[in-house]
Design a protein around this ligand. Structure first.
Ligand code: COA
Length: 260
């Protein structure tokens, strides 16, 4: 499929996905949401793609939120539909079974912050700005902000950001744990790729099962989460990659994982 609002550049084994509406600071129109959902499915189904890096086009914004023009026209029913569609798209990235990294290159506001939070790892350029300004627009977050933000930065910090609408810079986002690393803008793309290649050098099934155990474990009791972890631990024990990883250590050589 040809996308109107995205650039999908597949340089195996990584899919580089860029939201491409720089004149609107990459705001998430309904079309962007639909195309992102399509791209998430396509990338999930392509076995040669092993990881995804998401970013925004232009020097100013990752994503400056849901498209306020679309929101201005919404009523009760399509508002609900819009939230459900956006949430499903984000969940498609979060559960695709491959690592997804957000390279946040500027404003990540509202839906932009929510998109970044659905990614497994976030790194930012030092000019990035994060925030959930929705209540100042008379709306609530609709793409998971009320749910993922407290899971990432804790209830107190999340409510601070959600209720004040205050923007925070990259260093403050780092302090809050909203991002894992901050780099100069001209190093962001290279750093994102380096990080992804580090992850892709690990055993793919172990990576996928770890993501799943964290994702599902956070939604359950500690007891049940520990059982999920034990199941994942048992599953990897059936893989060639476990034998390869452990043998490589004992033989003092780098492992060669096959994803089997
Ligand atoms: N939806 C739709 N269009 C948006 C947008 C959004 N969320 N964010 C920015 N744009 C558009 C602007 O309307 C403008 O379009 P125009 O040139 O046709 O007028 C263009 O992007 C550039 O934005 P502008 O506001 O001129 O840039 P700025 O540098 O002065 O300000 C921001 C940058 C991010 C502070 C400002 O654009 C902003 O506050 N955006 C909305 C953020 C927001 O509330 N997001 C949550 C939505 S739920």
């Amino acid at each position: 499929m040809t996308y109107q609002t995205l650039l999908l550049d597949i340089r195996l084994p990584i899919a580089f996905l860029t939201i491409n509406r720089p004149d609107k600071l990459n705001a998430l129109s309904d079309q962007v949401v639909a195309e992102l959902h399509h791209a998430a499915r396509a990338v999930k189904q392509d076995p040669s793609v092993r990881g995804v890096i998401l970013t925004g086009a232009g020097p100013k914004a990752f994503v400056a939120g849901a498209d306020i023009g679309d929101l201005a026209r919404q009523g009760v029913l399509d508002g609900r539909e819009r939230a459900i569609a956006g949430q499903a798209m984000l969940r498609a990235f979060e559960t695709m079974g491959k690592p997804v990294l957000a390279a946040v290159n500027g404003f990540a506001l509202g839906g932009g912050c929510e998109l970044a939070m659905a990614c497994h790892i976030r790194i930012a350029s030092d000019n990035a700005r994060f925030g959930q300004p929705e209540v100042g627009l008379g709306i609530t977050p609709g793409y998971g902000g009320t749910q993922r933000l407290p899971r990432i930065v804790g209830k107190g910090n999340a409510l601070f950001l959600l209720l004040t609408g205050e923007q925070v810079g990259a260093q403050e986002a780092l302090r809050l744990g909203l991002v894992s690393k901050v780099v100069p803008p001209d190093q962001l793309a290279a750093e994102a790729e380096k990080l992804m290649r580090t992850i892709l050098g690990k055993a793919p099934l172990a990576v996928a099962l770890t993501i799943e155990a964290v994702d599902r474990g956070l939604e359950t009791t500690l007891e049940e989460g520990l059982r999920l972890e034990a199941d994942a631990f048992a599953l990897v024990a059936s893989t060639d990659d476990m034998r390869e990883g452990l043998s490589a250590f004992l033989e003092k050589r780098p492992p060669r994982f096959q994803g089997r």
